[in-house]
Design a binder for this molecule. Structure first.
Ligand code: 6PG
Length: 258
């Protein structure tokens, strides 16, 4: 079910998805820097955002000069329990496609230090990173200006997987759930953090996501089965950016929700 304050924008293809996401990123970044002098964004992992990050960093197009790189702070919504140079690292993907190519200040890159063998210790340390950066008091939540999220064909988002206790976490900021289907731990920010963002943009591309997107947006609420449904901003803007292949099973009245 698409929340009343949510927006669904359907674009032609994966390339247009990245361009539209880049425009939204820049608008939010410039607005945040103008209002508060800095912009905080939590990046998603996986394959979909790779082209967005590439587009933002590419000197051959018009986005790069408009990003306030000096005042932008990069965080991650989740990470795999691997070193930062590991092929599966979300940090490595963002670094190779964007961060190593743009004038971002090293101190503004707040990666999840997941080389630590003990995933729960990694989660505790990242939670402390958030508490320190956002100067959180007891029980307070960080408020990212923007969070990018992907959605897996199983309806997971960040590293909130179906059946995971992390989906129902209400007090911790960062947890390290065991993900049975992956046979691995993951480190992920929790729904209270994601739902406290100023803006969450889902990036959903490809026909293999169409049935899940239909379930998530038009089906009954079952976040334990479709964790992407747990994202519902009480005081922020939720945007679903989907290409036509991913949106092809959505009913027409939905498609008008631009
Ligand atoms: C990760 C991501 C994950 C991703 C989805 C979609 O660490 O893999 O955080 O939640 O966004 O799995 O991934 P794709 O964009 O590759 O489909």
């Amino acid at each position: 079910m698409l929340a009343a304050n949510a927006q669904l924008q359907i674009v032609a293809n994966a390339e247009e998805l990245s361009m539209v996401a880049a425009e939204r990123f820049i608008n939010l970044a410039r607005e945040a820097v103008q209002e508060r002098g800095l912009f905080t964004v939590a990046l998603a992992g996986g394959s979909t955002p790779k082209s967005l990050y590439t587009v933002l960093a590419d000197e051959r197009n018009s986005f790069r000069p408009y990003v306030p790189w000096d005042n932008t702070h990069f965080f991650w919504g989740d990470e795999r329990p691997v070193p930062p140079d590991h092929p599966e690292s979300n940090y490595r993907m963002a670094s190779e496609t964007m961060l190593s190519r743009v004038p971002v200040l090293p101190g503004n890159v707040h990666r999840i230090k997941s080389e630590n063998v003990d995933a729960s210790n990694t989660a505790e340390k990242y939670e402390q990173t958030l508490c320190n950066f956002f100067r959180l008091g007891e029980g307070q939540l960080p408020r990212f200006d923007l969070v990018f999220l992907g959605m897996g064909p199983d309806g997971h988002t960040a590293s909130l997987f179906p059946g995971s206790s992390a989906v129902n976490e209400t007090s911790r900021l960062v947890v390290a759930p065991w993900v049975e289907k992956l046979g691995s731990y993951r480190i992920t920010v929790t729904p209270p953090v994601l739902n406290n963002a100023g803006c969450v943009i889902f990036l959903v591309s490809g026909k293999e996501k169409a049935e899940t997107l239909r379930q998530v947006l038009q089906g009954d609420s079952h976040p334990e089965l479709f964790p992407a449904q747990i994202i519902n901003l009480s005081n922020g803007r939720l945007v679903w950016l989907a290409d036509q292949a991913a949106a092809r099973l959505l009913q027409n009245e939905f498609k008008g929700r631009n």
